[in-house]
Design a protein around this ligand. Structure first.
Ligand code: 0A1
Ligand code: ZN
Length: 884
């Protein structure tokens, strides 16, 4: 590497380099003069030198700011009194307390990054997490600097009648020149990443919430007027979340107003700005004819997530961005528990684990592997990951399992008692949990320092003469991590032993009386290897381990088809029943893929078909559970388990298994469809949702028979649908079939929904995920469709993202055209929207696991991206990690 290239490398930031700031900001007064050709921002900061850091200049962060003036205590500073170098403004000599006023001009109208202040559908909005506030004004843009804010927003009254910011609205006045001003005040200290501003033509759907102490909180959902009839579910979800947090955690909302604003152009799901959440409209708008049952659940979960941040994130925030999982892992855990309470606990757990295994386990096994508390980053935006969020939540879940529900609550109470109004660390959280319960969680810290998914190898031995069963559990180093770095983790393993009759056996440890022993236990592992001996058993039991996935590990336990089928039928833990089925179907598909790769034929076993039949007909399963149990593991998930991924063989094997299961159980599937298919008008009660799920999964299987009869049934289901769940499911099924009805239905759907961006996203996605031959060509055509735009992240994700992440065989087309398409998209986007581009660039993270030919093609794609002049640091980080 030449010196020049080294100099251009973006800087890496390390967790252990944390230093407190030289100054605190006690209060901030902001004034916005919003304009269509530039906005002027005036910021007055009350500064106070940090006594712990006696020396050092004031250093402020700023990005793409045109600095108009800098003044201290009312005196404008001359050029020599401060310096601006790159993204830093330095003032060397300042009194211990002073007021700094800066005036800058920014250009929201040309902000395509969607970070800082930008325009979406002609309305102003902000996104400041993680480091977007510095794109608005000069600031100590770091989460440990917490201040109170007052905000004055001035704008044209006609074009921007609604002006919102955090906290309470404290005044409005007409400025006389067609402009008006609204003032806001947020009494709670907050870090800059929670600042928000919205200005535009919006209308609100509102309701009240009475808190446990009797205060009335006004809840407002702000949208474009034509979407007002799609807000009620979000409002109800918010009210339910408010009640739940009071009941479960004793947390009451603190302001008199809670606002949610929906915007169409947003890089992520939603943002928890204090009192003024800003959401991707995908997680607000829902009406039965435009949103599926899953979309409804998504809205409920995300609304709750952002609401729960008010305590876990806002009132108690992160000291630095390495601590992100402090707020995110904890808040995901809280929203998962909330959703479980609102619906079905096992269903929610299965959905969450399926996602964890698909996304997070993959991340853990690739170049982006990092502990839930990362050690370094180039761009923080790249660390809003499945690891920080979903694995972070699993780590909190383990604390909950270890301490029990009451112990966990005691820990939370102490955490809030100690740290309300502070910016703290993951260690502070762990200390509160430990102290409130008199427990030692020192070893538990390793979950925060070690990357990768640990393997847990289980072996069991039954001694018939002694009536004992010895279970040995051994922790193994995660794939891709160094053996010398791996140290035993503290993990809870919830388990049972199933007797031959399918009933859980009493789990008496050797030396204990078996009578009265519990039938389920949580084993606490702290060593690399531990053996547990259970006594009093009269027959060899079948172990059911890590129930509910009690620790985020890869469980390795040898189980043949018969044993898995037995657990699928009998495991008393609903999650493990599902998991047994996934292992059973997964093993069959992988064996099939291996056979096809060798050029051999393969047959689906009778046992597999019988196990599947039992699921289709089991009267004890509800429809959601049945549909989950019937779903085969995805190609993407199975690819993680192949030595060298052969996407073609995998695809053919999965298809063949699917078809064989459909053929083997066609009578039962048809009966299921008959029983569950739509009858009467749409309703969104749980029983109806369950029925839609099982009906749609049954019909999708039947469509694999490729018979005119069932294709016609799918088409008729599409034509007759009175709700988006059925409409989308039927269209998704048609999109996988090479039949004339596919095109007809796509055209009808487009004609009906072309004016609704979120529904149109579905239309794009269903086509981008079709596995019919020629996928890359079809996707390239979609990217040229008049309704496609690179400027809307949802649209880009619905086409390019869906193709790269959810069309395994298409993306990995042997001719490499899928790779070219995605690399072109990354290059197209990286300047305008680096965050979105770097997410897409992650599609190549696993190239080393594929055959030589594909490896080379993917490597070529990565190198082409790496060679782009002035590559954004977000994309740089992803691509360079992958290529390393
Ligand atoms: N804190 C939000 C996620 C979020 C993060 C970054 C964003 O912009 C780069 C936007 C949202 C949450 O957890 O919901
Ligand atoms: Zn969050």
């Amino acid at each position: 590497m030449t010196a020049l290239e080294t100099a251009a490398e973006p800087r890496e930031i390390h967790r252990l380099d944390y230093r407190p700031p030289t100054f605190w900001v006690d209060s901030v007064a902001l004034e916005f003069d919003l304009g269509e050709e530039g906005t002027v921002v005036t910021a007055r900061l009350s500064l106070r030198r940090n006594d712990e850091v006696a020396e050092g200049p004031l250093e402020l962060d700023g990005e793409e700011l045109e600095t108009l003036s800098v003044a201290v205590d009312g005196r404008v500073l001359g050029q020599g009194e401060y310096t601006i170098e790159g993204e830093r403004l330095t003032i060397p000599d300042l009194p211990a307390r002073c007021e700094l006023e800066t005036k800058v001009r920014i250009h929201p109208e040309s902000n395509t990054q969607l970070s800082g202040l930008y325009l979406s559908s002609g309305n102003f909005c902000t996104q400041c997490e993680a480091e977007g506030f510095r794109r608005i004004t000069w600031f100590l843009d770091r989460p440990d600097v917490m201040a109170t804010y007052t905000v004055a927003i001035r704008a044209d009254k006609q074009r921007y009648p609604v002006l919102l910011s955090n906290g309470n609205r404290v005044g409005e006045r007409d400025l006389g020149d067609g402009r008006h001003e609204v003032r806001w005040e947020d009494p709670f200290v907050k870090p800059s990443y929670l600042f928000a501003l919205v200005a535009g033509q919006l209308a609100s759907h509102a309701g009240d919430f009475t808190t446990v102490s009797g205060r009335t909180v006004r809840c407002e959902i702000w949208v474009e007027a034509h979407n007002l009839d799609k807000c009620d579910h979000a409002l109800r979800s918010l009210q339910a979340a408010m009640r739940w947090d009071e009941e479960q955690f004793g947390r009451e909302y603190d302001l008199d107003l809670y606002m949610i604003v929906a915007v169409d152009d947003f890089n992520m799901g939603a943002m928890e700005n204090k009192g003024l959440n800003i959401f991707n409209s995908k997680f607000v708008l829902a009406r039965p004819d435009t949103a599926t049952d899953d979309d409804y659940e998504g809205v409920e979960g995300v609304v709750a997530h952002e609401y729960f941040h008010n305590w876990t994130g806002n009132r108690v925030t992160c000291r630095d961005w390495f601590q992100l999982t402090l707020k995110e892992g904890l808040t995901v855990f809280r929203d998962q528990r909330f959703s479980a309470d609102m619906g079905s606990e096992p269903v929610k757990r299965i959905e969450d684990v399926a996602m964890l295994r698909l996304r997070q386990y993959a991340e853990d096994a690739g170049p982006m592997a990092h502990p839930i508390r990362p050690e370094s980053y180039i761009s923080m935006d790249n660390f809003y990951t499945a690891t920080v969020y979903e694995k972070g939540s699993e780590v909190i879940r383990m604390v909950d399992t270890l301490l029990g529900r009451d112990g966990f609550r005691r820990g939370m109470d102490l955490y809030f008692e100690r740290h309300d109004g502070q910016a703290v660390t993951c260690d502070d959280f762990r200390a509160a949990m430990a102290d409130a319960n008199g427990r030692d969680l020192a070893q538990f810290e390793r979950w925060y320092t070690q990357a990768g998914t640990p393997r847990l190898v289980a072996t069991g031995r039954f001694d018939a003469a002694a009536g004992t069963y010895s279970l040995t559990l051994r922790q193994e180093c995660p794939t891709g991590q160094r053996e010398e770095d791996f140290r035993a983790l503290h993990m809870p393993i919830r388990m049972g032993l199933i007797g031959p009759d399918g009933a859980d056996q009493p789990l008496g440890f050797e030396g204990e009386a078996a009578a009265g022993a519990p039938t389920e236990r949580v084993l606490e592992l702290t060593e690399r290897e531990q053996t547990f001996v259970f006594a009093g058993l009269t027959a060899e039991p079948v172990p059911s381990l890590a129930r509910g996935l009690s620790a985020p590990v890869l469980l390795e336990l040898e189980e043949d088809e018969q044993r898995l089928a037995f657990r699928l039928a009998h495991d008393s833990d609903a999650f493990n029943r599902w998991d047994a089925g996934q292992r059973l179907f997964g093993a069959a598909i992988l064996a099939g893929a291996a056979a096809l790769a060798r050029g051999d034929e393969f047959q689906v076993s009778k046992g597999l078909v019988e196990a599947f039949r039992a699921v289709v007909t089991d009267p004890s399963l509800d429809g959601s559970m049945r549909s989950l149990a019937m779903a085969l593991p995805s190609e993407l998930e199975l690819a993680q388990r192949m030595e060298i991924v052969d996407p073609d063989a995998l695809h053919r094997a999965r298809r063949a298994v699917r078809r064989a299961l459909a053929e083997g159980t066609r009578t039962e599937l048809a009966a299921l469809w008959e029983r569950a298919k739509p009858s009467g008008a749409y309703s969104n009660d749980r029983a109806s949702i369950d029925r839609r799920r099982e009906a749609n999964v049954a019909l999708a299987y039947l469509s694999c028979l490729e018979s005119p009869e069932w294709t016609a049934a799918v088409a008729a289901h599409f034509d007759g649908a009175d709700n988006m769940t059925d409409s989308q499911a039927a269209l998704a099924t048609l999109c996988q079939l090479d039949v004339p009805d596919r095109q007809r239905a796509l055209e009808a759907f487009y004609a009906k929904w072309k004016g609704d961006p979120l529904v149109l996203d579905k239309w794009f996605t269903l086509q981008a995920t079709s596995v019919l031959p020629g996928a890359p060509t079809r996707v390239a055509a979609l990217a040229h469709h008049p309704d496609f735009t690179w400027r809307n992240p949802n649209r880009v994700r619905s086409v390019v993202g869906a193709f790269a992440m959810a069309n395994h065989s298409g993306f990995h087309s042997a001719d490499g055209s899928g790779y070219t398409l995605v690399a072109d998209a990354v290059i197209e986007l990286q300047g305008a929207n680096p965050q979105l581009a770097s997410r897409l660039a992650g599609s190549f993270n696993h190239y080393k696991r594929y055959d030589q030919h594909r490896q080379q093609a993917m490597r070529g794609a990565l190198e082409r991206i790496a060679a782009v002049d002035g590559l954004s640091k977000d994309v740089y980080e992803i691509v360079h990690r992958a290529l390393a």
